[in-house]
Design a protein around this ligand. Structure first.
Ligand SMILES: Nc1nc2c(c(=O)[nH]1)N[C@H]1C(S)=C(S)[C@@H](COP(=O)(O)O)O[C@H]1N2
Ligand SMILES: [Mo]
Length: 321
């Protein structure tokens, strides 16, 4: 079974429409101001902890019985600012984003850097299914059946050295394919990063498909990160570069508004966003005719605490938000 050609899973569940535009408002405000806050406050480094999770514990996080978000909502209500800031804009990526051929450059603190095709990057790895909750920092969430491979299996191929304390990821930034790059909403290219132990955690995933099919463009084809215990913006789309670094990499949302978007950005109902509460979320799933179901409580680490809390032992999560 190839990664671009996979099993089909029945869809279920629901919905309709309203929009949560917190960050669009922020971007509007920033566009009219001349100075963007680029200070790096929470940038100091924390020594990586040891991953403490058994294979059984890890597996119990690989799927959930919660109602899946409908395919049309997973592919019609998106954040992919390279294609515009409206939730409906990314669906238009189909027309312009060319996902084959696709190359990924791997560099930095590793013994075997290289520039690989999508196919070579994933050669020999069998696609797995993961049914994960995705919690956007804006306060909505989905349940998505992904296909892909554990991020660790891919990273290990490059033999990261002991200096590789972090992994940085970069999205394609091609104005010819991405009309949203005209708007200087964030400092392109979109960049994200993880601490190396987070990246090697069995729940960290590189998705190449969803609902049994290759990844649609709007969801970050051909290859995107999925880090289910962190706010959705950490799950960077359409990756063209992976870099092992010794220092915490600069990440796009954190650079844009460091007080609002931390490097860690673990889902945490106990730490509110400066402009809204994070205690609850609107799940886009269910059996009604509204896009959003009723609010449900947000869980710490998005419900994956049993698997990932050990990564943050001893860290003050209000400071390291
Ligand atoms: N390159 C890139 N990656 C991105 C984004 C983006 O704008 N550009 N948006 C992020 C945000 S805020 C969320 S919530 C998720 C949404 O993923 P989905 O549209 O597949 O549900 O993608 C994340 N990855
Ligand atoms: Mo998000």
């Amino acid at each position: 079974m190839s990664l671009r050609n996979v099993l089909a899973i029945p869809s279920s569940a629901v919905t309709d429409e309203t929009v949560y535009r917190g960050r669009r408002r922020l971007l509007g405000a920033l566009a009219t101001s001349t100075l963007l806050p680029l200070a790096g406050c929470a940038d100091a480094e924390v020594p990586p902890s040891k991953t403490v999770v058994t294979p059984e514990q890890a597996k119990s996080g690989f799927r959930t019985d919660e109602a899946l978000t409908r395919l049309e909502d997973v592919t019609g209500y998106n954040n992919f600012y390279e294609f515009g800031t409206d939730k409906a804009d990314p669906a238009r990526a189909k027309k312009t984003l060319r996902t084959s051929p696709w190359n990924i450059a791997v560099s930095g603190e590793c013994a075997k850097p290289g520039n690989l095709s999508f196919e070579d990057l994933l050669k020999g790895l069998a696609p797995e299914e993961r049914i994960y909750r995705l919690r956007c920092v804006e306060g909505w969430s989905m349940v998505i059946p992904w296909l892909g491979v554990p991020l660790a299996d891919v990273l290990r191929r490059f033999e990261p050295t002991s200096k590789a304390k972090y992994v940085a990821f970069t999205t394609l930034a091609d104005p010819a394919q991405m009309p949203g790059l005209r708007f200087r909403s964030i400092d392109w290219p979109y960049r994200e990063g993880l601490r190396i132990d987070e990246a090697m955690h069995p729940l960290a995933f590189l998705a190449t498909g969803l609902y049994g099919k290759p990844l649609p463009q709007q969801n970050g084809a051909p290859l995107r990160l999925v880090v289910p215990w962190k706010y959705g913006f950490k799950s960077i789309k359409s990756i063209v570069e992976i870099r092992f670094t010794e220092k915490q990499p600069k990440t796009a949302w954190h650079q844009l508004q460091p007080k609002e978007y931390g490097f860690y950005s673990n889902v945490n109902p106990e730490v509110d966003h400066p402009r809204w509460s994070q205690k609850t979320e609107r799940r886009i799933a269910g059996t009604g005719n509204r896009l959003f179901a009723d609010r449900i409580p947000t869980q710490k680490f998005n419900g994956y605490g049993e698997q990932v809390a050990g990564l943050y032992a001893g860290m003050d999560l209000e400071k390291w938000y």
